[in-house]
Design a protein around this ligand. Structure first.
Ligand code: AMP
Ligand code: MG
Length: 492
């Protein structure tokens, strides 16, 4: 009996300069923390075998499964606005690709699996805390319905990694539509390797944007679709209060998935200037700045594609600019459509963005909890007798009353109401998000006491974010002032 990975590796068939071939580094005492059994099944992997000692040897990098062609991918990127021509997988190894139950090709990657030629000064390892954080938040994002990489497993290595102090080491098995980034395109552009760029673009079109291949202007169509996917993704981040924290171009997936969960966090009280990341001192990646940064990153992508867009440079720049101009309207459309759903509006009216914007403004002025407000509005949609729970979240409840009158007038113009509206609102306004103080608390229990029960419980709660879970209702509560977490760390 052995674990069979049905690998079919297409990226490893691209030319050698796209990656470095190497196996993960051995670890001394691998131990399974958690296997995502549902995801294993989606990937057509046997969860029982994966959690056996042999499976854990694969998940820790101690054994390379048959059919794997392990590689560290090459990429570049702008980090906080500065270009670094070579980054690459410094602590991750792509084992290979499998085609899942839905015929979708997915990468299986070990993160924290030892040094690679791209490690620069790093040790190639991951500490337990950041591995648990990525596991929790990426799985929460998936349950919330957002495009994201997934977590298949987390294992302990039995070895310490040295950060400011020795910490338990761990490996995350990450699953992604692919690990190709804006920075992967920048890697070839920086080397003026137009052939490499074209191979990469054709590969990505074949794998992620097959419709673009039908266009007479396939690279333009590809750029348009990446822009549309990112506009949609970032709008969805805003709808649930997510702050990525390090939107460097190497952390932006070409497939439109949320990727590279580092110092990411969810906002509690609504404030567009919210920043958690300890390294983001200027607020470059603040909650409300994410659309602007998304466009900045896409502009870097468009620049790399110029040689493919047209042989005529002026023409190429015109094509790129036209494509980028669509970002704002695509983002606005997705953002406002989502806000309408959050407010229980199924039809569209010109005044809706103002109505939504005024609520957000009142929330900001009253330090109101973003997630709870919308969840409780779902109940208040049934009638003003349920208003109290929403009002109480505002420092000055009168700010809500004035707004609620306008909201009810607007609701009266909707074709359907009552219970169906409440259900529709609950399906888009989560009760549970990975609140930072809870994430930090479960990580602390695991790292300091070796107690993974709180991690497991939080993971369970977050797997059904849109359902009321009365016995676990305390997980929906915002932090008390003394529980607030103001800073999250990259945890490399
Ligand atoms: P990140 O900020 O985690 O997205 O990583 C940025 C770059 O640093 C990527 O090239 C990573 O592979 C690399 N990197 C991060 N942490 C480590 C580490 N512990 N060892 C080697 N490389 C790392
Ligand atoms: Mg990264």
């Amino acid at each position: 009996m052995t674990v069979h990975f049905p690998f079919d590796n297409t990226y490893a068939r691209l030319p050698d300069r796209f990656y470095a071939r190497l196996a993960p580094t051995l670890v001394s005492a691998p131990g399974l923390i958690r296997l995502n059994r549902d995801l294993a099944q989606q990937l057509r992997l046997d969860p029982d075998r994966l959690s056996s000692p042999e499976g854990v040897a694969f998940l820790s990098g101690n054994r390379v499964p048959d059919g794997a062609e392990p590689i560290a991918m090459a990429y570049a990127g702008h980090q906080f606005g500065s270009f670094v021509p070579q980054l690459g997988d410094g602590r991750a190894i792509l084992l290979g690709e499998v085609v899942d139950q839905n015929s979708i090709r997915r990468d299986i990657q070990l993160k924290g699996s030892g040094p690679t030629p791209f490690s620069r000064r790093g040790d190639g390892r991951a500490a337990l805390g950041p591995v648990l954080r990525e596991y929790l938040i990426s799985e929460a994002m998936a349950a919330l319905g957002l495009p994201t990489t997934r977590a298949l497993a987390a294992v302990l290595t039995g070895e310490a990694v040295i950060r400011e102090m020795p910490l338990p080491g761990a490996v995350l098995t990450r699953v992604a539509s692919s690990h190709i980034r804006v920075g992967t395109f920048q890697y070839f552009a920086a080397r003026q390797d137009v052939e490499g760029l074209r191979l990469l673009a054709d590969y990505v079109i074949g794998r992620h944007y097959p419709h673009a291949a039908e266009s007479d202007h396939r690279y333009r169509a590809f750029l348009d679709q990446v822009i549309a996917a990112q506009a949609e993704l970032i709008a969805r981040w805003l709808h649930i209060g997510f702050i990525h924290g390090v939107m460097n171009t190497d952390n932006m997936s070409i497939a439109g998935e949320t990727i590279d969960y580092g110092p990411c966090a969810f906002m509690d009280a609504y404030d567009p200037a919210t920043v958690f990341s300890s390294i983001d001192r200027q607020g470059r990646y603040a909650y409300g700045n994410q659309p602007r940064i998304g466009l900045w990153n896409l502009t870097r992508l468009a620049e790399t594609l110029l040689p493919l867009l047209s042989e005529d440079e002026e023409r190429a720049v015109a094509e790129a600019s036209e494509a980028l101009e669509a970002f704002a309207s695509k983002f606005e459309a997705a953002y406002h459509a989502g806000l309408r759903r959050k407010l229980g509006l199924l039809t569209e009216r010109e005044e809706d963005p103002t109505l939504a914007g005024d609520l957000l403004k009142a929330m900001a002025e009253n330090q109101a909890d973003f997630t709870l407000i919308f969840r409780r509005l779902s109940d208040a949609a049934a009638g003003p007798e349920r208003d109290e729970a929403v009002r109480n979240l505002f420092i000055n409840p009168l700010a809500y009353d004035a707004w609620a009158t306008r909201w009810r007038e607007r609701l009266s113009l909707e074709p359907q109401g009552g219970v169906r509206r409440q259900a529709a609102m609950q399906a888009v306004n989560p009760a549970f998000i990975p609140r930072n103080h809870q994430v930090e608390a479960v990580i602390q229990s695991a790292v300091e006491q070796g107690d993974f029960a709180p991690f497991e419980e939080l993971l369970t709660v977050l797997s059904r974010p849109y359902e009321d879970q009365p016995t676990l209702a305390h997980y929906s509560e915002p932090p008390e002032p003394n529980q607030r977490v103001y800073r999250t760390f990259c945890g490399t």
